[in-house]
Ligand binder design. Structure first.
Ligand code: 4AD
Ligand code: MG
Length: 455
């Protein structure tokens, strides 16, 4: 037993690459079969890969053979010692077990919510603490990890500094947001003023850009809109990037290059996960991913979008006129029907965008973009920032915001102001696109939305 107990535990992902060797692994039973000739086959998974590994249990080979082993249910956890062999038929690696230790049994398998049969996504949401044990949610989680890691990697490679902007704030970055107010459990104002969970770290991020030059944040964002749609969460993750001396074209270039980089990495490191997802969602190919890698985005002016929508106004619920926001139904029409492509809409009307966006010369539009992907809609919003204190103050006044509250933000324009631009990317919306999920609640571990705060 001694030589066995000092063996290091191996991850299934690595075992799949190892040659003939005695190894130790652990995992959860995914599947079990019994053959007539008295051999048990157990598929084990440990989260390191979408692939399981087959364990072969032959009574005479196993030192501590015990009937309990064969009665184990799917979902039980084990440690296994054994020899790797290659299955002659399918060329897959298998483990011939020599020792087994049961860690955690499933006592009443009828009550275990994750049985091997098909479960709907709605059903799985009710068991968010256990749904990670399904192939689908596991794959989505690994893809999210690759995405976040490579966002950091891309930005670090391009000399951006990561800044942890605050989550508790007294300011509304966007100017008209529905926010979550926070109080302590005595119902008192802990900070002696109203405090909220942030809707965007942008304003704080800009202060750091005005010294470090290239910065980003990546963290949770909270919005209290009463939106019960398939693409709104009350808590979601946002990447925000801010850099000096950049105009809006630089923002388009940077954000689309970053997306292309991350998508390539996901295809490389999550090939098995993507293949599983394609099968699950009955998607025929990965063109939708390759289009982003190849940076196929159609650029269009807001003014021209309105002209296109007007021509087809009978298709839409609300009247199309200059000054309206682009809603979901418009996004769908533009990306699926009209262009059949991802689009970048530029130069929105000032009246529907936040006070910090830079005025264009026409004085009625701002230098802004929204990047809109087929199926999921807006994933990125960005703009040049107004660096002129007089125009900024005018915007604050026009939007009826309290100038005093923004005193420190205004200071940036008083002390060494500089041209700068930035954007915000909704991580879960992007994950919806990559994983083909129709509902944003399935791409975040624990969704929060109106009237729902479980787990
Ligand atoms: O367009 P938004 O509101 O932009 C900002 O907050 C800017 N301050 C960003 C910046 O320039 N630094 O939000 C950015 C992105 C949206 O495009 C969308 O992808 C996502 O965040 N988003 C949401 N995702 C999930 N649930 C919600 N309720 C979301 N609201 C916005
Ligand atoms: Mg937006």
């Amino acid at each position: 037993m001694n030589y066995i107990s000092i063996l290091k535990i191996q991850k299934i992902k690595n075992i799949l690459k190892l040659k003939n060797k005695i190894i130790k692994l652990y995992g959860w039973i995914k599947n079990k079969r019994y053959s007539k000739i008295g051999i048990y086959f157990i598929d084990i998974k440990d989260g390191s890969s979408i692939n399981s590994i087959q364990i072969i249990l032959i009574k005479k080979n196993i030192k501590n053979y015990n009937k309990k082993i064969i009665n184990l249910k799917n979902g039980s956890s084990l440690i296994i010692w054994g020899k790797i062999k290659i299955n002659k038929k399918n060329k897959k690696k298998e483990i011939y077990a020599t020792n087994i230790k049961i860690i955690g049994k499933i006592n009443n398998s009828k009550l275990y919510p994750i049985s091997p049969k098909y479960h709907s996504l709605e059903y799985l949401r009710k068991y968010s603490h256990l749904r990670i044990r399904t192939y689908l949610i596991e794959s989505i989680s690994r893809i999210r990890n690759t995405l976040i890691f490579n966002i950091h990697k891309y930005l670090q490679k391009h000399n951006f500094y990561w800044i942890p902007t605050p989550i508790i704030t007294s300011l509304d970055t966007e100017g008209n947001s529905k926010m979550f107010q926070i109080i302590n459990n005595n119902n008192k104002y802990f900070f002696n003023k109203k405090a909220f969970l942030t809707v965007s770290g942008q304003l704080n991020l800009e202060t750091y850009a005005c010294s470090l030059s290239k910065v980003y944040n990546l963290g949770p964002i909270f919005r209290a809109e009463n939106s019960n749609t398939n693409k709104h969460l009350a808590e979601f993750w946002m990447l925000e990037v801010e850099l000096v001396l950049a105009n809006i074209n630089k923002i388009i270039q940077l954000s689309t290059n970053m997306l292309s980089f991350c998508f390539k990495k996901i295809l490389k490191y999550n090939n098995d996960d993507i293949n599983f997802i394609l099968k699950y969602t009955k998607k025929k190919n990965i063109n939708y991913i390759n289009n982003i890698i190849k940076k196929k985005f159609i650029k269009i002016q807001y003014n021209d979008v309105i002209k296109i929508l007007k021509k087809n106004s009978y298709l839409f619920k609300n009247k199309i006129k200059w000054g309206i926001d682009i809603s979901s139904e418009h996004e769908k029409y533009l990306t699926k029907k009209y262009f059949n492509s991802a689009i970048i809409i530029q130069n929105y009307p000032k009246i529907i965008k936040p006070f910090y966006m830079k005025n264009n010369n026409d004085n009625i539009t701002v230098s802004s973009i929204d990047i809109i992907l087929p199926k999921v809609g807006e994933i990125i919003g960005g703009s040049e920032r107004e660096e002129n204190i007089n125009i900024l103050d005018k915007n604050i006044k026009e939007k009826k915001l309290n100038k005093k509250k923004y005193w420190w933000y205004r200071d940036l324009r008083k002390y060494g102001t500089i041209k700068h631009s930035g954007f915000g990317l909704g991580i879960e919306r992007l994950l919806m696109y990559i994983t083909n999920m129709k509902n944003i609640r399935d791409v975040i571990p624990y969704p929060r939305y109106p009237k729902y705060l479980n787990f």
